[in-house]
Design a protein around this ligand. Structure first.
Ligand SMILES: Cc1cc2nc3c(=O)[nH]c(=O)nc-3n(C[C@H](O)[C@H](O)[C@H](O)COP(=O)(O)OP(=O)(O)OC[C@H]3O[C@@H](n4cnc5c(N)ncnc54)[C@H](O)[C@@H]3O)c2cc1C
Length: 415
């Protein structure tokens, strides 16, 4: 109750006038979302290669438009091509954009991961070279972190980088690398001191994805799309000035990227919403069933709670009252649970038809969303790992026991 009284549900006069400007811009350049298969912004899920290519092209065009008209990177400093406004302005923009058929799709993720990391840890040259083309959508990025033996326990990773004159030579394998097949650059973590404990001997690099020795192999998911990839690195040479931060200090840099990642996922646009589930319930004639109505109410409630959580964070950002800010892990887990409940319900409402890849709407939208829920629940840290974070960081519970934190990495037991 104390928090309810403290959270602003209304915009400040400045944000209200900014919101009106945002709407005017969006009205001029995008159509309102219809919530069905005619929305191009839903096609990030397309299995047809031509539709998928068209989606990527439109994402790039949308980002370029935002950049050219001064709507990209609202909270980024002006020297990197942004507008130097507050995070609250970006939140308002995202809230309004959710109603329109427009997205920068995969480019948004790269901006959220690479942008803050280079702003905090990058050299002046790196910031100058990479940030503006990242924001304009001219260059795209991927994240080369996870490995077959290192996911939740990322610091256990085994990809090696060895110094050779003015270059580093990298060998190893990454996996689950989203959009690597389309990326110009990657952010890469590799082990530079195997004698140090696992968190201590890592270095963070920028790698040109067209470097000799990089092989990208798409991984086809259950939905039939290849969203992510395996990436093999064989004697890949990276110039020494492509190190971000200090050599062997890469974990500090990595933490900045990981923090941005979970808040990015919890704030991500959603392909489905209450209106879409309700439309399916109506189409299937299920809206009179009291149990269905109860579950629909839960979808609506979750959506409202998520919006209030966003407002609470917006208040924290606007007023500088950090005690109001919700932990990123709480937001991420609530977001993914609400998503799972919504998509499972929609498929159940379809009854036996829900088992068909192409349902009566002919597009398999819920079937795709149902399978895709696991991407959000695992990517950016699994639900279990985020619960551990909440236990340790929000509730102050004892740290999870670990036997290898202080042991040199090359003496640890690895899978
Ligand atoms: C759609 C998608 C996109 C992705 N994109 C990228 C990308 O672009 N770049 C990249 O580097 N990676 C990417 N990933 C990888 C992602 O970061 C990892 O999948 C994730 O960190 C989990 O690691 P893992 O798959 O190795 O699972 P594991 O870590 O092996 O976990 C297996 C199971 O054990 C549980 N578990 C593990 N440790 C603990 C613990 N300490 N306490 C309790 N339970 C635990 C997990 O919750 C999980 O259920 C992506 C993943 C997905 C699904």
């Amino acid at each position: 109750m104390a928090y309810a009284a403290a959270v602003d549900f209304e915009d400040t006069p400045e944000l209200a006038s900014f919101r009106a400007e945002v709407r005017a811009f969006l009205d001029e350049h995008a159509a309102l979302r219809r919530g069905d298969g005619s929305d191009w912004s839903r096609n990030g899920a397309a299995t047809d290669p031509e539709v998928a290519a068209d989606f990527r092209r439109r994402c790039v065009a949308w980002q370029r438009l935002l950049f050219e008209q001064g709507w990209a990177g609202l909270a980024w400093p002006e020297r990197f091509g942004g507008r130097g406004l507050s995070a609250a302005h970006q939140i308002v923009f995202n809230q309004e954009l959710a109603a329109y058929d427009a997205t920068a799709g995969f480019l948004t993720a790269a901006q959220a991961l690479v942008g803050p990391t280079l702003m905090v840890h990058g050299s002046a040259e790196q910031q100058q070279r990479y940030l503006t083309p990242l924001l304009s959508g001219e260059e795209s990025w991927c994240q080369l972190f996870s490995e077959p033996g290192a996911g939740s326990d990322l610091a256990a990773l085994a990809t090696r980088a060895v110094r050779d004159g003015d270059e580093w030579v990298v060998n190893g394998q990454k996996v689950w690398t989203s959009s690597a097949q389309h990326a110009d650059f990657g952010i890469l973590i590799a082990r530079t001191d195997p004698d140090a404990p696992k968190h201590a001997g890592l270095t963070y690099f920028i790698v040109d994805m067209r470097s000799p020795g990089i092989e990208v192999r798409p991984l086809v998911q259950a939905q039939g799309v290849a969203h992510f990839n395996e990436v093999f690195l064989s004697d890949v040479r990276i110039p020494a000035d492509h190190v971000v931060g200090d050599v062997d200090e890469g974990w500090k840099v990595t933490r900045t990227t990981l923090r941005s990642e979970s808040s990015m996922i919890s704030g991500a646009g959603q392909a489905s919403n209450f209106e879409a589930v309700l439309a399916t319930a109506r189409r299937c004639g299920r809206t009179d069933d009291p149990l269905v109505r109860q579950e629909l109410a839960r979808v609506a409630t979750n959506e409202r709670v998520l919006r209030w959580m966003g407002w609470r964070n917006q208040t924290a950002v606007m007023t500088g009252r950090r005690e109001l800010a919700l932990h990123g892990s709480l937001l991420k887990n609530f977001f993914t649970r609400a998503l799972s409940h919504r998509v499972d319900l929609a498929v159940a409402l379809e009854g036996p038809e829900g088992m068909l890849w192409l349902d009566a709407e002919g597009e398999g939208f819920w079937q795709y969303q149902c399978l895709n829920q696991f991407a959000s629940r695992i990517g950016g840290g699994t639900e279990e790992v985020h619960r551990n974070n909440l236990g340790e960081q929000a509730l102050g519970l004892p740290r999870e026991p670990s036997t290898d934190r202080e042991v040199p990495w090359n003496q640890t037991v690895r899978s």
